[in-house]
Design a protein around this ligand. Structure first.
Ligand SMILES: NC(=O)c1ccc[n+]([C@@H]2O[C@H](COP(=O)([O-])OP(=O)(O)OC[C@H]3O[C@@H](n4cnc5c(N)ncnc54)[C@H](O)[C@@H]3O)[C@@H](O)[C@H]2O)c1
Length: 261
């Protein structure tokens, strides 16, 4: 499956799911602009490692997606760094778990900005060029929490449900123009993002981490297995492939059966 000649931008790609998607896209032959909140000194070596491993060009761009101006400028900066963006993966995300009565307003604002508004700004900037070139792939990393709810995740639920809705709308706007817009909706995936939730559950088992993970999986994820970021990387590559040209406006759960219940 070759993405040679395509240029991708993956937000939040210095670690976790974003890095795995960037690696999978590079392996498939795409040029990849990595993005992170880290300084160029920290981020550039990650991009260089991918370039050395996969023999495709890469670059690194720093931006704080909490800020609308930086989110709005990202696609243009990525295009300047390598080439116009054909594949946009909105992956950056943050989490905070807390009941509604205590939910800090500044965490609400931050989660909405990073998980939802940054995808709006990036799509707004990327779609015109994709239209002109008659080809584009947008993959938004939502969550099972874009489809169903859990307690104490109000801001995350609002952002991820919003991202699913926004993606459907942009998919319809661009459907006849060679552009697809889809969401991937992961369940529990083995990354830094969920460590605080694992720690909290482990604490209920005297600090036994494996017992905490088992507990979290048993509650929601019927295959009782955490996804690995690399698996999501391959799903993203599939959504960018020729085989997926007819798939748009879809929110694809990768959740071990979570949302089938
Ligand atoms: N891990 C899971 O179980 C899981 C499940 C469903 C959905 N997701 C989603 O997958 C995506 C990736 O998460 P992950 O699990 O790899 O977590 P992660 O914490 O490893 O990665 C998140 C990335 O977002 C970046 N980021 C955070 N705040 C930023 C900001 N202000 N500006 C720019 N970048 C910022 C981080 O630097 C990091 O690279 C997120 O959108 C998350 O909501 C994760």
């Amino acid at each position: 499956m070759s993405l040679q000649g395509r240029t991708a931008l993956v937000t939040g790609s210095t670690q976790g799911i974003g890095l795995a998607i960037a690696e999978a896209l590079a392996r498939a032959g795409a040029q990849v602009v990595l993005h992170g909140i880290e300084s160029p000194e920290q981020g550039a070596p990650i991009a260089e490692r991918l370039q050395a491993a996969h023999g495709t060009r890469t670059a690194y761009v720093q931006a704080n997606l909490m800020r609308a101006d930086e989110a709005a400028a990202l696609v243009e900066r990525a295009s300047a760094a390598l080439a116009p963006v054909d594949i946009l993966v909105n992956n950056a995300g943050i989490q905070h778990t807390c009941g509604i009565a205590e939910f800090p307003a500044e965490r609400w604002d931050a989660i909405l900005a990073v998980n939802l508004s940054s995808a709006f700004h990036a799509m707004k900037a990327a779609v015109p060029g994709m239209r002109t070139r008659g080809w584009g792939r947008i993959v938004n990393i939502a969550s099972v929490h874009g489809l169903v709810a859990s307690v104490n995740k109000g801001a995350y639920l609002a952002a991820k449900h919003g991202l699913v809705g926004l993606s459907k709308g942009v998919a319809l706007e661009t459907a006849a123009e060679g552009i697809t817009v889809n969401c991937i909706c992961p369940g529990w995936t083995n990354t830094a993002l969920i460590q605080p939730q694992i720690d909290a559950r482990a604490a209920q088992h005297g600090g036994d981490r494996q017992a905490g993970i088992r507990d979290l999986l048993r509650e929601k994820q019927p295959n009782l297995t955490m996804a690995e970021p690399s698996q999501l990387g391959e799903v993203a590559v599939f959504l960018c492939s020729a085989a997926a040209a007819g798939i748009t406006g879809v929110s694809l759960p990768v959740d071990g059966g979570w949302t089938a219940q």
